[in-house]
Design a protein around this ligand. Sequence first.
Ligand SMILES: Nc1ncnc2c1ncn2[C@@H]1O[C@H](COP(=O)(O)OP(=O)(O)OP(=O)(O)O)[C@@H](O)[C@H]1O
Length: 252
Amino acid sequence: MNAMLVKGVTKQFHGRPVLNDVSFELEKGECLGLMGESGSGKSTLARCIMGMQRVDKGAIRLMGERIDHLSDRKLRPFRKRLQLVLQNPAAALNPKKKIADSLLDPYLFLGKHVRLQHFSAVSESLLVKELLDAVELPGELAARYPHELSGGQRQRVNIARAISIEPDVLVLDEPTASLDVVSQASILDLLTDLKEELGLSYLFISHDLAALHEMSDRIMVMKDGRLVDNFHRGDIFSPNRETYTKELISIF
Ligand SMILES: Nc1ncnc2c1ncn2[C@@H]1O[C@H](COP(=O)(O)OP(=O)(O)OP(=O)(O)O)[C@@H](O)[C@H]1O
């Protein structure tokens, strides 16, 4: 069984199609890259997958179970299995909460739905320490506020939050876009390690073709809300690539 199946997803805003018959499968343990120019519909797809926006047509399945059109209450058990990491780490963290409290939010929110296997979570403070360890941050950051961290550290905290409940799938929407080049590389290395350690599957959305190529097993290309190409990473320079993919590669 695949980790996620998206079939025939269509979404319009004010009568204008933004996603048009989008279909793909995310295999278990795979990193599936998604590239496309600004406005092509990548973040809308991420929001539809996360249940933050409703699809007009089509279906989204997570580990075989249909999750589109679920109410917030019915979606709650699936929140444990599907998490989102966004590009702006500062905006994703509550500035008034200490890092330890932000880290514990998903775990406490999901309460009885969570059975952890990788993290022992014997106590809340131990879980915080385990999570900071997992993203290679020192334990002393637990007592700090987000503004006392660097952008790269804040994004590590966001990743730690996302993995805290041991999801099956992470949707990574431009996770390194707001970081400097050195922090970008170390976040990508961290994501690669966590994928192996925790058996995660990634939908990795990025403008950065080099990062996509480094991280992804397969890459999909979106143009005007349609997936126009889908290939294994080793075939990126194949003469069989769609003309639009070749254009994107040539301007990179
Ligand atoms: N809530 C909304 N209401 C109306 N139009 C929207 C809404 N959300 C997105 N759009 C439009 O849908 C199109 C796709 O936007 P989306 O953010 O999905 O693109 P994207 O590929 O993620 O772009 P970027 O790479 O710049 O983030 C854009 O034209 C955008 O203006």
